[in-house]
Each structure stands twice: as structure tokens, then as C-alpha cells.
Ligand binder design. Sequence first.
Ligand SMILES: NC(=O)c1ccc[n+]([C@@H]2O[C@H](COP(=O)([O-])OP(=O)(O)OC[C@H]3O[C@@H](n4cnc5c(N)ncnc54)[C@H](OP(=O)(O)O)[C@@H]3O)[C@@H](O)[C@H]2O)c1
Length: 184
Amino acid sequence: MNITVIGRGNIGGGLADLWERAGHQVTRLGHGGGDAGASEVVLLAVPGTVVEAALSSVTGLEGKTVLDATNRYGDARPPGGFFSNAEYVASVTGGPTAKAFNTNFASLFGQVAEARVRPSNLWSGDDETRSVVDRLSLDAGFDAVRLGDLSMAATQEGLAGTMFAIAQSGLGQFVYRMASPREL
Ligand SMILES: NC(=O)c1ccc[n+]([C@@H]2O[C@H](COP(=O)([O-])OP(=O)(O)OC[C@H]3O[C@@H](n4cnc5c(N)ncnc54)[C@H](OP(=O)(O)O)[C@@H]3O)[C@@H](O)[C@H]2O)c1
């Protein structure tokens, strides 16, 4: 697939590396913005507080499928009065949108391929994004697990604090798997 990542740091750059290894073509954008018109899917991976600015610096987003990996911390609110950053993104692009890749630690991306079973990657979003989320999760080493439609994105954004609390309570950064008992 032809993918544009907006944000090329830990998450955007980390996933871009994994996806390129899986055969995808990835364009990496940062502060300077750029054009996403030629891409089939866009990953948004900028700090949660700059989503509005980051989207406004990129052209060609109309109707695009966007996977939003941003998190919000503390009392930071999504732009535009939306319940989640992902719903704001959808309002800007008018395209299929998913919240995905925000509940996995980028620092562990290099170890995921060695796991005994594939870790999970939670996502919530529009039905039309399912095949893209499934494919790009697998190509990064994860099984996608759906949390719900885009109205669940706010709940998923809120999980970041829980993930950090678990990591800081003794386990350190971790992967997780949600599966039926007969699979484990
Ligand atoms: N790190 C993780 O393990 C992790 C896990 C899950 C979710 N997340 C979420 O993913 C997002 C990115 O985290 P990260 O750790 O990858 O951050 P990071 O390493 O600091 O990278 C941030 C990226 O965002 C770009 N950026 C910053 N301000 C921008 C703006 N105004 N316009 C356009 N681009 C801008 C930067 O551009 P330049 O390259 O030009 O500096 C950089 O490429 C955050 O919302 C974070 O909460 C992170």
C-alpha cells in the first residue's frame, strides 16, 4: 500500500520501518507538512495536542482513510469540541477513520516479531477501515482487536493513562493479547 505517516517519531517512524519491511511504500511527514494525495492510507502520529496544526499542514487528506494513533494526557481536550481526536480527524477529512496503534509501546516494536503469540492491537472505528487495520496490524506484527465504532475512540484514547500506570507499577512496557481462552 501507499502510506503517508504524519509524524515520523517513535510511533510514526517505528511503524513506517515495519511497514516498509513488509513491502509497503511509506512517505514520512513532520513539522514541515506535505501532501498525502497519493496515499491510500494515512497514519496520524503527532502529539495529541497538535492534531489540528498537523492536519492543517498536510494537503490531499480529503476522503482519505486515516488511522489515528494519537493519545491525550491529563485534561487535554480534543479540538473542535469533539469527544476524541479521532472524531475530529474524521470531521476534517470526511473519510473512513479508525483509532489504532495508540495502545502499544513503540519501544517494543523491534521485539514483537519474536513473541510466542502475536500481541493484540486495539482499534475502534468505521467498518470501511477494518481490512486496512487488519492488514497493517498484521504487517506490524499484531492481531487487530476491535473495541467498537468511532464513538469508542474516546474510550480508547483514555486507555493510554491505564497503559502507563500498568507499566509504571512494576511490569515495565508490555504487549498484551485479548483472545478467547481456547486460543491461549
Ligand atoms: N511513543 C509511544 O510508545 C506511543 C505509543 C502509542 C501512542 N503514541 C502517541 O503517538 C503520538 C506520537 O508519539 P511519538 O512518541 O511518536 O512522538 P515523537 O517521537 O515525539 O514524534 C512526534 C512527531 O510529530 C511531529 N510533529 C510534532 N508537532 C507537529 C506539528 N505541529 N505538525 C506536524 N508534525 C508535528 C514531529 O515532527 P518532526 O519530525 O518534524 O519533529 C515528529 O515527527 C502521540 O500522540 C503519542 O501519545 C505514542
